[in-house]
Design a protein around this ligand. Structure first.
Ligand code: T4K
Length: 401
């Protein structure tokens, strides 16, 4: 850090940014490095690297115990885990999904020629709106996928009720929500199944990785077959399948991370409260709140920028931060419905997605996690405060570029 806390980089060519190295959103959590290295060495020496090895089984058992589910099936990434869960659940025709999510959610349907039908969100939680979802049900609808965006649980009770009443499948994309709870029960235990991502940027990472959690024995059996080419034993394939297996190397990263979950949460929570305190009272800059009576991982530090009150738009704040080497992100702008192929398939989707459109234009994701210290958070907050206080000058500076 250079200690400078203005937006002068926008105006002064060559001025040193506040951070000498880029400060990223999504820096990986590592846990106890020494234990990780020991485990990596042991895997190398074992000469057993994949195909449901002992470390993958250990990771699955530990995670299942933590979540209180019967089955936790580890995979090579969250997208494949979604695709396999969707297939194992027998989804076809149309499936209702939020547009305010990472593109992998609708792609995992479209990849299998199932039509994602985009649903609007609740502006308070950024999660799928169950009332809007019901209006989208047609005779072709087979399921609903709720996404626990930022680790904040969907309205699970309403979605479960809707799925039951209309005889639909219910899957949750819990990629953001490992370690979070709803009504005191861990995320992972809701719907017919829940899918996690353990990508490098996620709260718990396995470099790349994912999993399906479920307590349905038959579903778990089908998923296990599907992720291993349909093998039911040596030389015996009984089902069409793919390769969704997690490696032993990934599993040891996951096992090591599981041991440090409490530390990751403590750091994220501390950053969250510091951001909240240092940005408090800034007009039009609202930090998204978590229900702290539940377990939360605080992995995504998100602000909503309301230009009408802040006097500055989200994108100008992103430009100010980027000029200072703070690589804030605009997840999930511009909404999946504005990306291909969906933009061409559903050119009028925005008409039924007003809250998605509004939130996608406002959200700013800031760096947090073990890679951001207290001084770093303070500097970022001061830069945001300076940008808001000097909104007209920032605008001029940006338009002159
Ligand atoms: N469903 C939801 C709701 C999801 O959010 C995701 C993934 C999925 C499904 C699919 O799960 P996976 O198949 O990915 O397991 C990133 C991640 O690649 C993606 O996993 C994640 N969501 C999404 C929200 O974020 P990008 O396009 O933003 O990636 P990228 O390369 O720009 O990196 C993001 C930030 O992380 C950068 O600031 C750099 C930093 N980073 C990244 C990597 C890979 C690191 O510091 N170290 C690293 O190793 O998608």
């Amino acid at each position: 850090m250079t200690g400078k806390t203005t937006f002068q980089n926008l105006a002064v060519a060559g001025a040193a940014p506040a951070f000498s190295e880029p400060l990223h959103v999504g820096r990986p959590n590592i846990g106890n490095r020494a234990r990780l290295m020991e485990r990596i060495e042991a895997v190398i020496d074992s000469r057993w690297y994949s195909n449901n090895g002992p470390r993958v089984q250990e990771f699955e058992q530990e995670a299942a115990r933590l979540l209180g589910v019967k089955h936790f099936i580890a995979m090579c990434n969250g997208t494949i885990a979604l695709e396999i869960a969707i297939r194992a659940l027998g989804f076809k025709g149309e499936v209702i999904v939020p547009s305010f999510t990472f593109i992998a959610t609708p792609h995992s349907l479209q990849w299998q020629e199932i039509t994602p039908v985009f649903c609007d969100i609740d502006p308070l939680t950024h999660n799928i709106d169950p009332v809007a979802a019901e209006k989208l049900i047609t005779p072709r609808t087979t399921g609903i996928i709720g996404v626990h965006v930022w680790g904040r649980p969907c309205n699970i009770t309403a979605l479960e009720d809707l799925a039951r009443r209309r005889n639909l499948g219910l899957l949750f994309d819990a990629s953001h929500a490992f370690g979070c709870s709803s009504g005191g029960k861990m995320i992972g235990s809701f719907g017919q199944a829940e899918v996690f991502s353990f990508h490098a940027t996620k709260f718990l990472n396995t470099f790349e990785g994912g999993a399906v959690a479920t307590s349905d024995d038959d579903l778990a059996h089908r998923i296990r077959l599907m992720k291993n080419f349909g093998f039911a034993g040596y030389d015996n394939v009984i089902y069409p399948g793919t390769n969704g297996k997690m490696t032993e190397m990934s599993a040891v990263m996951g096992i090591t991370g599981l041991e440090s979950i409490g530390d990751f949460i403590a750091v994220n929570r501390r950053n969250y409260h510091q951001y909240a305190a240092e940005l408090a009272g800034l007009p039009g800059i609202d930090i998204n709140v978590f229900d702290e009576s539940e377990k939360c991982n605080f992995q995504y530090l998100t602000l909503e920028v309301d230009e009408s009150r802040a006097g500055i738009c989200r994108d100008d704040i992103v430009s100010v931060l980027q000029a200072e080497n703070i690589l804030a992100r605009r997840y999930f702008y511009p909404g999946c419905h504005n990306m291909e192929p969906y933009k061409s398939f559903f050119p009028n989707a925005h008409l039924i997605l007003p809250e998605t459109t509004k939130i996608a234009a406002r959200i700013l994701v800031l760096p947090t996690g073990t890679a951001v210290g207290e001084a770093g958070v303070s500097t970022i907050c001061q830069i945001i405060r300076t940008a808001v206080a000097n909104a007209p000058a920032v605008r001029n500076s940006l338009s002159a570029r």
